[in-house]
Design a protein around this ligand. Sequence first.
Ligand SMILES: [Zn+2]
Length: 340
Amino acid sequence: MRGTVLYAPGDIRVEERAKPTIQAPTDAIIRISAACVCGSDLWPYRGIEPIQGPTPMGHEYAGVVEETGRDVRNIGVGDFVVGSFMASDNTCAICQAGYQSRCVHVEYVGAGGAQAEYLRVPLADGTLVATPGWPDEDLIPSLLAASDVLGTGWFGAVAAEAGPGKTVAVVGDGAVGLLAVLAARQLGADRIIAMSRHEPRQKLAREFGATDIVAERGDEGVATIKKLTGGLGAHSVIEAVGTQESMMQAIRSTRPGGHVGHVGAAHGVELPGQELFYAEVHLLGGPAPVRRFLPDLLGLIWNRTIDPGRVFDLELPLDQAAEGYRAMDERRAIKSLLRP
Ligand SMILES: [Zn+2]
């Protein structure tokens, strides 16, 4: 089968790889209908996150079950499924509490590389959710978005306690940040401030429900958020980048007693203890437990209440994955969808 492999920073190739096979009785093999490039794939692509030799890439997927292990009960061959990037049993105490991304049996689904024709999904019963039937072609990008960026933006909004009566600020205008705006709107937030300097992203943020746009960042961005909120800061702030600057921008934009949902994969972030102590804000974040939200999100997509697939502004055949990475790295594209 064909699949992407990262050899070195900037060197992404699509090559012939072994088709995955069932390794455990709880596995499923799915034929990928659509995969995509994640903002987090850019960390190793840019050389910020080191890789140990050639690495299969991709952890977002939607597709059709082709084969199941003998212990798989809830899904069957021929089902159209979406799953989280983290495999979970969905039964342990951590899963039951809603933190499937930290399941005691967690496995990284992306280890097999989802930017490919086929993918092995461990713990298939706990990880995958089937759609009610065969999706219309135009729903597939949105279903794919639920696999990570929508689920992650949604977790950020839930962790930040976005909801009625709240002013929400979103730091980061990548796909996760934009979908955090959509989530905050769905959760009923009064006011949603998207922090973005890029006109096409500002436009999509407004279409997803942003009421205000703040183009400044860092200390200036914080000052503008304070000005818009009577000097207090936002009730709820979603951090969707993962750098020191974005994390501090999020914490400093939050009012005392407010909530920060940080879902940007942290790279080199160190929090100053004394400032954190006096900030007096709630912090919750991490790899999103997408599986907690998947059934609801697939329902909202299926009945066409939300259209998160609009974050894909570039669609390419899998063989042109390198261009998909380049376009996102150069910020020419918000998110690249790949068709095997
Ligand atoms: Zn579990």
